[in-house]
Design a protein around this ligand. Structure first.
Ligand code: NOJ
Length: 541
């Protein structure tokens, strides 16, 4: 194994506690961030060229979505080689440069690992299919048809249709919780486990600081492949996600053995201080908490907030329950590359902007590692599209609008293609207004990017915001959350009315408010009055 570039490059980092404690992450959807070659697809060198912006913004860690060789059926989440870079996104040399340039600026780099499934073009699957008696066959999940020739059970794909496709040559079906071109690995097979240990090592040797684990809840499947209980009707033409949710996923997802795998990964990653951050979609907070219990994943994303529209009471209830189940184990996110952007989802226009920042401000005080999705700091709304690009929409004849709206290119400036690419972008890219671009916002001190930057700065200046023990302050209104942690108090008033909250002690001074210029009464006494849909952070000596 070659010498770790990370050891040299991270020599200046403070290693007294895990680097992700107190950090703020930033998700880069590689295809749409910055294109350095003019082929219309974002690449690694493009990211390197924008690191100064990310340092200026004040984030601490970058999560790069898959940039591995892939036929691209699911835009990179169908990996055909886990230890290489797709020529579409650059070279391994570009990756090494990106890591060392990021480290030089104090930025950590996390890569996306996709262990639930490979690409149909991965050599493991090609061999498994070709040689039915060979050692690779059992790397995947195969099952015989039912007596009438149908799929082995009632499991559905997230992306529409059954989770099984018939392999004509062998007469058996293969399992895929996503597209047929994404065959699921068999995580009961020790070879699969060994291979992923080596993949993690390989990237750590190249200097990565952690892994975002795709579909962490999906790896192990029921040994008997039993049917899932159906809880709602499925009708033709239904949105595939709704059809998927018409079943209780008792046997295909969230099996207890998943946690064992992450305990094993933790043994591989912890000695190298590499973070394991899971995409965990478990139905209950106590189930989520199991994944981030001692010795398994370091954190799991809180994804429910990315699924919700504007529903403050539900949001705050979920946040509180989830926080209390795993106080430092949750990565708080309002969006990612799979969901409509928060400004759009939470009401659009001024209201969407106001509400997004109010929720993000609360998330910065909840203890785990929050992540922003590229463009969130610009308060971008979903892009406008002429065509579908997301396979989920293309394959379901538009029964779902899919995930394209949040995947349009990052608007850097007002040049052609908003500075994303000198060529034609892979996805529709409507021109953004100057005030929606990075350059336009950097020039305007009142623009959202400066609000997010100040918020990150306040979090950095006041480590109590994520480190001190959290105490909830009871409020009379379920649309208002308030907390105290050490020298910090936070009041998130997500209701439509100005609200007063008693902080329990006097002497608080405002450090940040999600609405610039908003008036709140400073509590010389112990009560703060907060405007509607606003979150305020207060400090005291
Ligand atoms: C979750 C990823 O975020 C999504 O983009 C992808 O389609 C699925 N996992 C399948 O890998």
């Amino acid at each position: 194994m070659r010498a770790s570039t990370s050891e040299q490059a991270t020599a200046g980092f403070d290693r007294t506690e895990p680097w992700w404690r107190g950090a703020v992450g930033y998700e880069i959807y590689v295809r749409s961030f910055a294109d350095s070659t003019g082929d219309g697809v974002g690449d690694l060198a493009g990211i390197t060229g924008r690191l100064d912006y990310l340092s200026w913004l004040g984030v601490d860690a970058l999560w790069l979505t898959p940039f591995y060789p892939s036929p691209g059926h699911d835009h990179g989440y169908d990996v055909s080689d886990y230890c290489a870079v797709s020529s579409r996104h650059g070279t391994l040399h570009d990756f090494d440069v990106l890591v060392s340039e990021a480290h030089r600026r104090g930025l950590r780099v996390m890569v996306d690992i996709v262990p639930n499934h490979t690409s149909i073009e991965h050599e493991w699957f090609a061999r498994a299919r070709r040689d039915q008696g060979g050692p690779d066959r059992d790397r995947y999940l195969w099952a015989d048809p039912t007596p009438d020739g149908g799929p082995p059970n009632n499991w559905l794909s997230h992306f529409g249709g059954p989770a099984w496709t018939l392999d004509e040559a062998s007469g058996q079906y293969w399992c895929h919780l996503f597209l047929p071109e994404q065959p699921d690995l068999n995580w009961r097979n020790p070879t699969v486990r060994d291979d992923f240990d080596s993949i993690l090592e390989w990237w750590m040797d190249r200097g990565v600081d952690g892994f975002r684990v795709d579909v962490a809840h999906g790896l192990v499947k029921d040994t008997q492949l039993r049917d899932n209980p159906q809880i709602a009707p499925v009708v033709p033409g239904m949105d595939p996600f709704d059809a998927f949710n018409a079943f209780e996923h008792r046997h295909d997802m969230d099996q207890s053995e998943n946690v064992e795998i992450f305990r094993r990964w933790n043994q591989v990653c912890a000695p190298r201080q590499a973070m394991l951050l899971g995409e965990v979609n478990a139905p209950w907070p106590n189930r989520m908490a199991r994944y981030v219990g001692a010795g398994a994943l370091d954190q799991a994303f809180f994804l429910q907030s990315a699924f919700l529209g504007w529903d403050p009471e539900t949001l705050l209830t979920m946040v509180r329950v989830m926080h209390d189940a795993a106080p430092h184990g949750i990565s708080w996110v309002l969006s990612n590359h799979d969901r409509s952007r928060p400004v759009t989802r939470l009401g659009g226009g001024e209201a969407g902007v106001r509400r997004s920042l109010a929720v993000s401000t609360l998330f910065m005080a909840l203890g785990g590692t929050p992540f922003l999705f590229q463009g969130e700091e610009l308060a971008l709304a979903d892009g406008v599209l002429r065509d579908y690009h997301d396979p989920v929409s293309v394959r379901n004849d538009g029964a779902t609008s899919g995930r394209d709206g949040c995947r349009t290119p990052m608007p850097w400036d007002s040049s052609a293609q908003n500075g994303f690419s000198a060529g034609d972008p892979w996805i529709d890219s409507e021109p953004r207004l100057p005030e929606q671009t990075v350059a336009g916002q950097q020039a305007d001190p009142d623009a959202p990017v400066h609000r997010y930057r100040s918020l990150l700065d306040v979090r950095r200046q006041h480590p109590d915001m994520w480190r001190a023990p959290l105490e909830w302050i009871e409020t009379a209104n379920p649309q208002v959350a308030a907390l105290r942690r050490g020298t910090i108090a936070v009041v998130a008033n997500l209701s439509e009315r100005r609200t007063s909250v008693r902080l329990g002690s006097p002497g608080w001074e405002p450090a940040f408010t999600s609405q610039q210029g908003s008036r709140f009464d400073t509590p010389a006494h112990d009560t703060v009055s907060v405007p509607p849909e606003t979150t305020i952070v207060l400090t005291r000596e």
